[in-house]
Design a protein around this ligand. Structure first.
Ligand SMILES: Cc1cc2nc3c(=O)[nH]c(=O)nc-3n(C[C@H](O)[C@H](O)[C@H](O)COP(=O)(O)O)c2cc1C
Length: 348
């Protein structure tokens, strides 16, 4: 097995462990109370989850989060994810395409368009690669080869700093992004990997002309922990691994700093109720990664099962709040804040 394939495998093995998640920081969503209407004046079957995102019609506001690509087993994971996303009319983000730019023979593992038909597909590369070599031509190529509708650039300084052989080179990152938006034809998104985008960062990104920001906040998969598990077999710097902006806070900060930029909510979304609350806090769509990983190693049907569970819970959350659609949820959220409670011990 090549070095790269070995590293991808170790990442997946580490992500499957419970220790891959934050130990203290939570997404913050459980602090919000969901409204309840004993007289919802609608039937559960009437609830309409459809929405549009980046010009695509989705059957529900949910994307499969960026995970993998490269070696053959990653190709299988991607196939299962794409088939499930297509079956349910959802979107999918690919894992970092760095591997296929360096090793063109790895391209087939990312080529999911053949399994997913016209699903909304978002490619992925790291800002660290932008500042240390790859230019607009390679980025455009990455999107074209996989027939992506858009491309996400992940900004992950904490992960790069802790990864053995990481590339913690972020000097000039904002300028590199600005140049990229000008040169690349595909819509560009910026995302974190689970440590969160702050309002301050969103304000600096706001003038660039991005298509969206995925806040990828703290509370779920913690890439600082994953890198330590891969590097040392244990977490040696636990305090560094609790750095991150909780997803709920990141959503609110980014919304205030860059209100015109569509937000994707992700990072620690572990139930359909989490999705509902994230939508209320202003997300256009939500994304889920790690909870799909074990199922994706198994089959498309297994992934579909996990996703259906999220969607069923989301539908019930809307129903009991008396909301007949995602559109109605957004309308109500624009005039009414979710109740917030501080006192209770915060559970996930
Ligand atoms: C196995 C795995 C691999 C990942 N690989 C990438 C990647 O290549 N690029 C990226 O931008 N994010 C990557 N992520 C981060 C996720 O896209 C997401 O931002 C993060 O895991 C938080 O969501 P979660 O708590 O639902 O897992 C990966 C996550 C997992 C679990």
């Amino acid at each position: 097995m090549s070095d790269l394939a070995g590293r991808k495998l170790r990442h997946i093995e580490a992500c499957l462990q419970a220790e891959a998640e934050y130990q203290g920081v939570r997404s913050g969503l459980s602090r919000y109370r969901w409204p309840y209407a004993a007289l919802p004046e609608l039937d559960l079957a009437q609830v309409d989850l459809r929405c549009s995102f980046l010009g695509h019609q989705l059957q529900a506001p949910l994307l499969i989060g960026a995970m993998t690509g490269g070696p053959e087993f990653s190709g299988r994971v991607n196939r299962h994810l794409a088939e499930a996303a297509a079956a349910l009319g959802l979107g999918m983000m690919l894992g970092s395409q760095r591997a296929m730019l360096i090793h063109p023979e790895m391209r087939p593992s990312y080529a999911v368009r053949r399994f997913g038909g016209d699903l909304l597909l978002i490619g992925n590369l790291g800002l660290a690669q932008l500042t240390s070599g790859f230019g607009a031509a390679e980025i455009e190529e990455a999107a074209e080869v996989v027939e992506a509708d858009a491309l996400a650039i992940h900004c992950n300084p904490l992960q790069e700093a802790l990864q053995r052989g990481g590339e913690p080179h972020f000097q000039g990152g904002l300028d590199a992004l600005a140049r990229l938006v000008e040169k690349v034809r595909h819509p560009l998104l910026v995302k974190e990997v689970g440590h969160g985008i702050s309002g301050r960062v969103a304000a600096s990104l706001a003038p660039l002309g991005l298509a969206a920001i995925d806040v990828a906040g703290a509370g779920g998969t913690c890439w600082a922990r994953v890198e330590e598990l891969v590097r040392y077999g244990e977490v040696r710097h636990p305090e560094l691994c609790e750095i991150g902006i909780p997803t709920a806070q990141a959503l609110i900060e980014v919304g205030a700093a860059a209100p015109q930029l569509p937000r994707i909510a992700s990072g620690g979304l572990r139930s359909g109720l989490d999705l509902a609350k994230a939508l209320w806090l202003g997300a256009e769509v939500c994304a889920v990664a790690r909870p799909l990983l074990a199922a994706a190693l198994e089959s498309a049907l297994a992934v579909e099962g996990v996703l259906r569970n999220y969607l069923d819970e989301l539908r019930i959350a809307l129903f009991v709040a008396g909301l007949s659609s995602v559109a109605e949820l957004r309308e109500r959220a624009s005039g009414e804040a979710l109740a917030y409670h501080r006192g209770d011990v915060e559970e996930r």
